[in-house]
Write a protein that binds this ligand. Sequence first.
Ligand code: NAI
Ligand code: MG
Length: 502
Amino acid sequence: MATIAQHDQTGRRESGAAPQRFQMYIGGQFVDAAGGGTFDVFDPATEQVMATCPAGTAADVDRAARAAHRAFYEVWRGTSAQERGRVLFRLAERVRARRAELAELETRNSGKPIAEAEFDMDDTATCFEYYAGLATKINGDVLPVPVPAVALAMREPMGVAGQIIPWNYPLLMAAWKLGPALAAGCTVVLKPAEQTPLSVLRLASDFEAVGLPPGVVNIVTGDGPSAGAPLVAHPMVRKIAFTGSADVGRQIMRNAADQLKRVSLELGGKSPNIFFSDADFESAIDGALFGVFINQGEVCSAGSRVLVQRDIYKKFVDAAAAKAKTIRVGSGLDRANKMGPLVSAEQRDRVVQYLRVGAREGKVAAGGGVPASHTRGWFVEPTIFYDVDNGARIAQEEIFGPVMSVIPFTDEADAIRIANATQYGLAAAVWTRDIFKAFRVVRELEAGIVWVNHMQPTMVEAPWGGYKASGFGRELGRWGVEEYLETKQVFINLDEKPIGWY
Ligand code: NAI
Ligand code: MG
């Protein structure tokens, strides 16, 4: 590894420059890890080290949790909802003002096409704005009781929230977690994914200026076992919000059990994208490709199982394959490229393993390997397997890469049966011009999000989360803020001579 560049939290890395040294953010200060360790952060299009970050451990998590605990009791829970909202509005303004810079950093670090990163920055700002507005609309209830009393349900912030996020939408996932927590009045220790910690650390350089008091948001960088696990175990952390793999979700639930810590989990899936023969054909092809190839397929709600009615099946596979072959793969910084590299060598290897499995389990219509044109970068070809049995591994296991499995079905009942035959239940989509059929199928699908004649648009106003092994709890909308609130029942006696038993 090259020598460490002079510390510059907001500077730009010239290409070929030494890796930039980032620090984590605890108690309002940029700091190194207590143990002094660092880890490398890569540019997946070049395989070069672009930055180093502190390797956080239990000691850093402890410092961050204490800072968050103090900030909760001394400042944030007593800060008015109006003021919390204003802070979030200012944070949104900063994201908009720094859109180009943050998007470029996101693309360099995660690999995604720059247009998608720009879209993410807009979504990030919109998310902060939504929760800025919602902060003043969190209120309790007055309940009708049959005695002379006022009965109230008060809503109160839970306290310190631990938030563990993945690498596919680095800054956007931070916003989905920070927005509702801060609106609710919680303070936060956020652990970004070790692959992609840069954009949120960059944004943290604005936290003080937007009026976030020290300790309200703390960012600890590090990997899952060293930094994530101690966050789950920390006694001052009241709740863990997690997005990532089902395996880690299970571990988190187990580790949170001792302290009966609240947990919300968003764990991805194997979402069906269902095409009836009466769907608009051109839109259907686009919808199938967009549904699974956006963000290189590294999407929790990826429509990775494409279910196609038999009478259009052959034509559909041919058209989808022809179009998939035109998708330009390359550095996300080049606007001509519509698909970037996968986030890490590890993820590329995982996906390539599935390509080998898929070659045995199905037939290849497009892709199936790594592009020969690239000697560097963790690229994978957009791949379509067809004649896949729904019981196959490539139809049941989350691949998290640009891999589509096409499965034929006969009729409505068959489509529903196949769609639901998975342990997961995050998302689904159904394409048809028959509104009656669409709604019959919607009602039968076991999924937390169902699109009709589209797949993937995600609105901050609407709830997001899974059925079955895709986790529980809901993010976004008013549901998102519920995850950070406790409910206190208050009974105020109005009877001057209340009667007891004795
Ligand atoms: P992961 O689930 O290991 O990582 C997600 C986050 O959890 C990261 O911040 C990581 O540091 C943290 N983490 C890992 N182990 C932990 C532990 N024991 N305690 C607390 N935190 C921990 O995901 P990974 O390994 O990067 O990807 C593996 C697979 O997971 C992917 O191929 C994909 O199938 C799935 N995944 C799903 C995502 C989703 O959006 N639902 C996002 C990322 C990955
Ligand atoms: Mg992992």
